[in-house]
Ligand binder design. Sequence first.
Ligand SMILES: N[C@@H](CCC(=O)N[C@@H](CS)C(=O)NCC(=O)O)C(=O)O
Length: 225
Amino acid sequence: MLTLYQFESCPFCWKVKALLHFSKIPYTVIEVNPMNSKELEPLGLKKVPVLVDGEKIITESSVIMDYVNEHYTHLGSNDSVAEWRAWVDASLVHFLPPVIHKNFSTSWQTFGSVLKPSGYGVMKRTLVRFAGALAMSRVALKKARERGITDAPRGLTEAVLHWVNAGLAGQAFHGGSAPDLADLSVFGVFRSTDGLAAVALARAASPAFATWYDELKQRTPSSAV
Ligand SMILES: N[C@@H](CCC(=O)N[C@@H](CS)C(=O)NCC(=O)O)C(=O)O
């Protein structure tokens, strides 16, 4: 059985989960405490996602996806898939935090939603929610500015339109009639913010995005056990 160490709110973790769910691969989840990551200490690691498969410990979301695909899923790939996957990690993923953590109140709402399935008790959830919202509403905007992102909603809208026009290009999926690793990577990043401002903004920017997103959401019910 595979084990995934994750934060519920982590877009990189959701890229991996999109593939696991799409492929109906069962796995157990270890929810890492984002305040201190103490669950990762025995592994000597600091970041999620981490996938454990027997003796193997795999880090880095794209490497994990390649591992899962090579050993379990066997989806095909090509240059376009590789380019879109690189775009997700280098560009797309950076537009989401400044949108969903725009200020304390938006970030509070974001943490409320992502902490719901965490399994934490009410006290711990409120503490993590408060500290998280306080920290992220500052960090997200600072990091975005360092990356030259001054208008995150506009940047995210442009990214959505780029994906729809050049990635989907009139097809149901980048992969044609079925999703491929590019679809699952883009979807995973958005899925980490399901129900929040970033997905709402993307849906409003493009009906084709909304159709594609809903179809993928339907095809990726959780396979966590
Ligand atoms: N390049 C990594 C990025 C992973 C990453 O930044 N994870 C964040 C959560 S979204 C994390 O674990 N941060 C904790 C830390 O940096 O201490 C990947 O693709 O897996």
